[in-house]
Design a protein around this ligand. Sequence first.
Ligand SMILES: Cc1ncc(COP(=O)(O)O)c(C=O)c1O
Length: 565
Amino acid sequence: MTQNSASKLLNGDTIHRSKQDKKAGGNGFVKNHCLFQQQQKRYRRPAEKSHHALYASLYKKPFVESFEETPLLVAVLTYMGYGILTIFGYLRDFLRDWKFEKCHLAREREEQKDFVPLYQDFENFYTRNLYMRIRDNWNRPIRSVPGAKMDLVERATPDYNWTFEHTGKVLKDVINMGSYNYLGFAENTGTCADAASECTVKYGMGVCSTRQELGNLDKHEELEKLTARFLGVESSMVFGMGFATNSMNIPALMGKGCLILSDELNHASLVLGARLSGATIRVYKHNNMQSLEKLLRDALIHGQPRTHRPWKKILILVEGIYSMEGSIVRLPEIVALKKKYKAYLYLDEAHSIGALGPRGRGVVDYFGLDPCDVDIMMGTFTKSFGAAGGYIGGKKELVDYLRLHSHSSVYATSMSPPITQQIITSMKCIMGEDGTTLGQERLRQLSENTTYFRRRLHEMGFIIYGNNDSPVVPLMLYMPAKIGAFGREMLKRNIGTVVVGFPATPIIESRARFCVSAAHTREMLDTALTAISEVGDLLQLKYSRKNRHGSEGTDCFSYLESHQD
Ligand SMILES: Cc1ncc(COP(=O)(O)O)c(C=O)c1O
């Protein structure tokens, strides 16, 4: 697992859910999943039925998405697991208070005991008592390029995961199932690496200035023109950091008196950007078009609270692929809604750009839509391009406006030259402008690998979430003890995986998250799948109650199926 991806699990990918929108599922706990599940089909209300029928024609191909419900017994055992951990947590905190056990986390100083607590003791409870037990699964240093295989630095802990020491050993050739290296461009050899190193010789590593001062290189302008062409939009602007692209550009567009409608599973950078903007934020259920339409309708009917003046503007915030669920945004329906209610649309393609669509142009390409239907196209270069940074694409006026008003343009240093070059070379490869078909082959390989990996996991009886075409594959672990055990057992078998728990997921929906790459060979995937199956048997993770060997249509129910009523 990469250090980057691992640390982001607990920091960057935090979810935010709408409390008022939660409904208890059949077994009594909250579920908010796909509209097109078979079960929901059975209980669908007439209004929902007409909604589906209305939007069916917007999709050109089957939209297959599955979120199998947590088995009741598993849910109960998971809650019990957390209950036991919490009791032990309190017991150990008691021992720490009485100095029987050492606490390594930041605590109030003795002489400031009567101050308002600086370190929010209770909020750290989870970190101290639950996360600390399995912390060895994260922040693991890697010692190679995070390609299909990688070298991991071995660590040992003398004090139950509070601190780590390097043993001096390296775990060689670990199959990397955790990096977002969708197209396999994270390489240290080949055309991209060569071009980046040549660029370093010419331009150096850093720019030492903002774009508006002395940090505007010809390379940046070349990349922006290329990105605009790649996306099929009038203009684009690039930024040195993906997170800041969201968190600094949303406040440049939205403010007081504006309304942001945000998917409940949006990335932390979108959430932060929305909060910093000062706009009113309303959260709709994940990928649920009825929930979004209701908010849009209410916004138009009621306007702003108290004054009932119309909202200055309404912005819908969505992602292309949701990196914790593996789901794909229902873009055709969202575009239809945004047009109907005259709202703006901000699409974050961090995980979908390069990874989806016949030409790798992301979710717009995947659905065969017009890029002009999305007002603000955002994405990052950190995943499919094996680089760093983010972009905003759209109309020329929008980009020109952001150049002047966005904090990440005015105050942040510009993108490093070798990174700019890495993106230019990989993007040209995807576009076929390098004179080869290597880009197309990578896209085809990713798609084949995704289908194969998902199908095999499903046949083995695991509960996996998300869309059939999503290279992000969450495999449900549920119980807290299984988070650590899964990561460790996989590593024993030389497979590096990312495991994810609360707060990046709902408390009982811990999971392992695999990222399929074009760089994985069939042999690597088979080795990983054999290990997953073994660990699955060992930890009893094959929870699925669906028909394992039937066609996908029998259990994953296609979009078309669910629209035929
Ligand atoms: C949806 C989404 N947006 C933005 C970002 C931030 O991008 P970066 O890691 O390039 O800063 C991420 C990171 O994972 C993401 O998943």
